[in-house]
Design a protein around this ligand. Structure first.
Ligand SMILES: [Zn+2]
Length: 301
């Protein structure tokens, strides 16, 4: 029996959708091998219909872009939150636990060439030295303290190198060990600088930064209250006010309620790192919140 093109065309839809039986497939394939018209028909069935060009497409594209931006912001937010947690963890692991004075923690070796060597025991993770000229200008007075960290105890056994106290040959008048509990400094080497007691005090600089941040926060707060009706200024102020908020939060996370520090430099950098990542997280979070609250009224338009 001769199979006409019409019969083949009835079969083509099934064939194109891969729903035809093996027998039908064979018949169709045999036919289109020798019939250009039916082959063409099949190819047309297989090319997908082009989407009608419509204004809806730009709308779809906009939605797609918005979704992409939101996704990006969510990613930034999670990265920043992770960063904050990582910095806090690192700050905690490397937070100095001060070692109160004991003769084993640190020993002082005087060498023939006039240099003075500090030799630390294994428990010491780090040390701090303050150098100040002696009252009679005969040389220098050194205040030293040492500490250990959880990081060094539990994770890496980093042995502290011996350190030359006066690499440029300064005269070492006396060396004191200071404790961070407010108790008297202990003379380790040389002559006492006064007849009375010497106490090294923690630095107050972080205290000033906190006060500055609080002042800045108040100014921004007042600005927000004044300009709450001006959307442009309010938007800008909302972004700026997050700066002191981030700093104060970071301070709280790193220092707790303390604001004095014997290692103000280290603590300040840790606070700054947390504050920066916290700020980015807050900005990303704010944008996401803004978008969510904008979405509801928009969908009713
Ligand atoms: Zn045909």
């Amino acid at each position: 029996m001769k199979i006409s093109c019409n019969i083949i065309r009835d079969m083509l839809p099934l064939y194109a959708e891969n729903m035809a039986s093996q027998d039908t497939r064979e018949i169709v394939e045999e036919h289109i091998a020798s019939c250009e018209n039916c082959k063409k028909q099949l190819e047309e069935m297989r090319t997908p219909e082009e989407l009608p060009i419509d204004n809806d497409i730009t709308l779809l594209k906009n939605i797609q872009n918005t979704l992409r931006r939101e996704k990006l912001q969510t990613i930034i937010l999670s990265v920043m939150v992770t960063l904050v947690l990582a910095v806090i963890t690192m700050a905690y692991l490397t937070a100095p636990a001060y070692i109160s004075y004991n003769e084993n923690a640190i020993s002082i070796i005087e060498r023939d060439d006039g240099t003075v060597l500090l030799n630390f025991s294994e428990e010491v993770s780090g040390f701090d030295v303050n150098q100040s000229p002696a009252a009679d200008n005969s040389g220098y007075v050194y205040d030293i303290t040492t500490w250990e960290t959880i990081w060094d105890q539990k994770i890496s056994k980093n042995n502290l190198e011996n350190t030359v106290l006066n690499p440029n040959g300064e005269t070492v008048d006396s060396i004191y060990y200071y404790n961070t509990d407010g108790s008297e400094n202990i003379l380790m080497y040389g002559d006492p600088i006064t007849d009375g007691s010497v106490v090294t005090l923690p630095r107050l600089v972080l205290n000033y930064y906190v006060m500055f941040a609080i002042g800045f926060l108040l100014i921004c707060g007042i600005g927000l209250a004044i300009f709450r009706k001006n959307e442009k200024i309010r938007n800008g102020l909302e972004k700026i006010i997050l700066l002191p908020i981030s700093y104060l939060f970071a301070h709280l996370l790193i220092m707790g309620l303390r604001s004095t520090s014997y290692l103000a430099g280290r603590d300040f950098y840790a606070i700054l790192l947390v504050a920066i990542s916290l700020y980015c997280a807050l900005i990303a979070g704010r944008n996401i919140l803004k978008k969510l609250s904008n979405k509801k009224p928009k969908s009713t338009l």
